[in-house]
Design a protein around this ligand. Structure first.
Ligand SMILES: [Zn+2]
Length: 189
């Protein structure tokens, strides 16, 4: 049996947010959200959109791709990149459109929920794990890989939050190849 004790799940359904950002695969050069129909399929499989919901429009598709890059920018900021104020504003727009707010239940609990249905609500729901993780500091561990040709999203499980590169073996290899090439060039001079 494989031990999973040192690879705990990221809290707050952050894996869903990480998966959303990683729909653009830098290694395979594939995009699981390449069309509005593909986006609908992804949202359905993530249980963010109900079966029978309308396929997102082209404008909504573009909005989802903007959200993906805004989230990636914030994840890069968590990895030593500069603060991205426009990314924060993009998230605010998505939250507003989806009527993301505090939902109080009759039993006395409260939590974030999207008031809007359909696509706007689905996108806003993706921000619930982000908001929850911001509350307890676990968002700081959600990073985009520092390699410019990678930017893969990952949850940094290192004890002191020092992870910089993603966990993709191929990225580690690329980093090594780059370091080797740089050394070779220096040595030739
Ligand atoms: Zn990487």
């Amino acid at each position: 049996m494989v031990s999973t004790s040192n690879t705990p799940q990221a809290p707050h359904a952050l894996d869903l947010v990480i998966d959303f950002v990683n729909t653009l695969d830098p290694d395979e050069h594939t995009d699981a959200l390449s069309s509005a129909a593909a986006l609908a399929t992804w949202l359905l499989e993530a249980r963010l959109l109900d079966a029978g919901a309308a396929i997102p429009t082209e404008a909504e598709h573009r909005r989802a791709l903007r959200l993906r890059e805004a989230l990636r920018a914030l994840m890069l900021a968590n990895n030593g990149g500069g603060a991205d104020h426009e990314a924060g504003r993009e998230l605010e727009r998505i939250a507003r459109d989806g009527e993301l707010g505090v939902h109080f239940t009759p039993t006395g609990s409260a939590g974030l929920a999207a008031g809007a249905s359909g696509f706007a609500g689905a996108l806003a729901s993706l921000l619930i794990p982000v908001a929850e993780a911001l509350g307890d500091g676990s968002w700081q561990r959600v990073k985009a890989c520092r390699a410019p040709d990678c930017r893969w999203a990952f949850y940094d499980r290192s004890r002191n939050r020092s992870g910089v590169w993603c966990e993709m073996a191929v990225c580690g290899n690329r980093t090594k190849v780059r370091a080797y090439r740089a050394r070779e060039i220096r040595e030739r001079r």
